[in-house]
Design a protein around this ligand. Structure first.
Ligand code: 2U9
Length: 333
């Protein structure tokens, strides 16, 4: 039996030493040392040995097991190291190869104008206020002094969900919400940017959905000259500090007096850019501000309109088509 064990040892040693990969090594471990392996099967015959022989054979079998186990583990280490080295050799990075081009996105021109306008007004002490796009008749029309028969209230001009609820037609609905929340506290100095919806047919200058920024200031002693100063500052920061403006009389239900503001373009002449006015006393009153004590001014413009004037864009639909040839022109903005 000792002879059989020594033979087994020599065969196993030779095979382990000449193994070329980790899988073969695993198989050899099972073959020689596993539960159904060759060493175990030789040891099963120990029952037939004399009591003197048994400890000697047992000791030899243990010695062989230990020897084979340590041989397998050192060979495993050796093969793993070889495998790793091979991998490292094959995976060397050639740092001289050209890199993959990175595609860099650009801020959408409407987003850029939105952020620029926010920055300018925040710089003049305004806060940004937001409200829902699905609005009630109360905040979209009633609180802003639109009479019941005003054409904007017509089902044909606005997207109604039911007779009381519609998609807001201007961000002016945010202002009465903010004023009511302030419960008569002053100053109110807010801008309201956001999407608005009108039931228009889309063409080069109209879209059923566009973006506005409207602003509102309410305090004691707010005047038309402050309105003009704030809006001239905004316009000159947006279009250049030499830009000239003019004010024309206009009409909005929520302001009295109302004006439209034009900027002067040497090639195109006067271009309308903003609507504005002193907040109508009835509008102040409805939102909890006594018009005997407080006055206010408000203004509004389309973000698309500002972007079209600033970048010389002639069709509003360019903003929504996501044509990369158009959008890439704003890469460095
Ligand atoms: C309250 C009181 C007054 C907001 C104002 C305008 C003038 C205006 C339009 C211009 C073109 C928006 O993009 S547009 O359709 N807006 O001309 N908006 S004053 O006045 C308010 C708002 C809220 C409580």
């Amino acid at each position: 039996m000792q002879k059989r064990l020594n033979e087994l040892k020599i065969i196993a040693e030779t095979k382990i030493k000449s193994a070329h990969d980790l899988n073969t090594l695993k198989e050899l471990k099972v073959k020689f040392l596993g539960k159904k392996g060759e060493l175990t099967s030789v040891l099963r015959g120990m029952g037939g040995l004399s009591p003197e022989e048994r400890p000697q054979v047992g000791a030899l079998a243990n010695e062989i097991r230990n020897r084979l186990e340590s041989l397998i583990s050192s060979k495993t280490e050796e093969l793993e190291e070889e495998k790793l080295e091979k991998q490292l050799r094959e995976q060397t990075v050639d740092v001289t190869l050209p890199g993959l081009p990175l595609t860099v996105g650009a801020i959408h021109p409407l987003q850029a104008i939105w952020e620029q306008m926010e920055d300018i007004f925040i710089g003049m002490g305004f806060e940004v206020a937001e409200g829902p796009e699905v609005e009630t008749d109360k905040y979209n029309f009633e609180m802003l002094n639109f009479l019941k028969e005003h054409p904007a209230r017509d089902m044909q001009d606005s997207f109604y969900i039911n007779p009381e609820i519609l998609l807001r037609t201007h961000t002016s609905s945010v202002q009465p919400r903010t004023m009511l929340a302030k419960e008569g506290e002053v100053p109110v100095r807010i801008i309201c940017p956001g999407k608005v919806y009108r039931r228009d047919s889309d063409d080069a200058t109209h879209s059923h959905q566009f973006m506005q920024i409207e602003g509102l200031v309410v305090d004691r002693g707010v005047s038309m000259s402050e309105l003009k100063g704030v809006l001239l500052t905004f316009i000159q920061k947006m279009f250049g500090k030499e830009t000239e403006i003019r004010l024309r009389p206009s009409f909005f239900p929520f302001t009295e007096p109302s004006v439209e503001i034009d900027i002067y373009d040497p090639q195109k002449g006067w271009l309308e850019i903003l609507g504005a006015g002193m907040v109508h006393p009835r509008v102040l009153e409805k939102s909890g501000y006594n018009p005997e004590h407080y006055t206010g001014f408000a203004f509004g413009t389309g973000i698309e309109r500002i972007a079209m004037l600033k970048y010389g864009i002639d069709d509003i639909r360019h903003f929504y088509n996501n044509d990369l040839r158009f959008l890439r022109q704003f890469q460095s903005e």
